[in-house]
Design a binder for this molecule. Structure first.
Ligand SMILES: [Zn+2]
Length: 185
C-alpha cells in the first residue's frame, strides 16, 4: 500500500471521496489530538454495498429495512470508513468536525468530536475485523499522526472508551495489539 497523503484542505489524496453534509467547523484554536475507532455495519451484521455511504449522506431509504427506519433521520458522519476489503472512503475533511462521537469524554474533556478524528471500520463487535482493515487503519493512523502531531502514542481509542455504558464499538473483536504490532509499509 502506498503512503496516504493528506492535502492542505484535510483530504486524503488517493481514496474515494464521498462528501457528507453532516459536519461543521471545529471550535477555534482546538488541537486535534485523538483518533476514535468505531465499528458499523448496515444492516447490522451485513457487509458490502452502499448503505453506510448513504447513511452518512442522509440518503438511507427507511423502507428497505426496519433498522434503517430507526436510524435514517440521524445526522451523523465519520471522517473515514474502512471497508472489509481495506477500501478507504473519506466523508469529511479532517480539518472539520465530523459527528461521530456523541456525548463523550476523554481525559476529562467533553465533546470529543471537537478534537478528534472518527474512523469507522465496517464490522461488528463480535466478528474479527479483516487483515486489510488493520493494514488500512495502520496506514491511516500513521498519516494522521504526521499531519496532526498532537495525536500522541496513546491518542487512539475506541468509541466505547469515550462513551462507556452507551457505546460498545468497535467491540471485543477489535484487537488493539494487532493494530499496534503492525508496521506501516
Ligand atoms: Zn461508534
Amino acid at each position: 500500500m502506498t503512503a496516504l497523503t493528506i492535502d492542505e484542505a484535510g483530504w486524503l489524496q488517493t481514496v474515494e471521496i464521498v462528501r457528507s453534509p453532516n459536519y461543521d467547523a471545529r471550535p477555534e484554536n482546538v488541537n486535534i489530538k485523538l483518533v476514535v475507532i468505531h465499528g458499523i455495519s448496515l444492516p447490522p451484521g451485513e457487509f458490502g454495498g452502499e448503505y453506510i455511504r448513504q447513511f452518512f449522506c442522509n440518503q438511507l431509504v427507511a423502507s428497505l429495512h426496519p433498522y434503517f427506519a430507526d436510524i435514517c433521520d440521524m445526522q451523523v458522519s465519520a471522517h473515514c470508513l474502512i471497508e472489509r476489503d481495506g477500501n478507504i472512503v473519506q466523508f469529511v475533511s479532517f480539518l472539520n468536525r465530523a459527528w461521530h462521537a456523541g456525548v463523550s469524554s476523554w481525559r476529562g474533556e467533553q465533546a470529543c468530536n471537537n478534537f478528534s478524528i472518527g474512523i469507522e471500520l465496517e464490522g461488528t463487535d463480535e466478528l474479527d475485523y479483516s487483515e486489510q482493515q488493520y493494514q488500512g487503519l495502520r496506514e491511516l493512523v500513521d498519516s494522521l499522526r504526521s499531519y496532526f502531531p498532537d495525536i500522541g502514542d496513546d491518542g487512539i481509542c475506541g468509541h466505547s472508551d469515550i462513551a462507556p455504558g452507551r457505546k460498545t464499538d468497535p467491540g471485543p473483536a477489535f484487537d488493539w495489539s494487532r493494530l499496534n504490532g503492525l508496521q506501516a509499509s
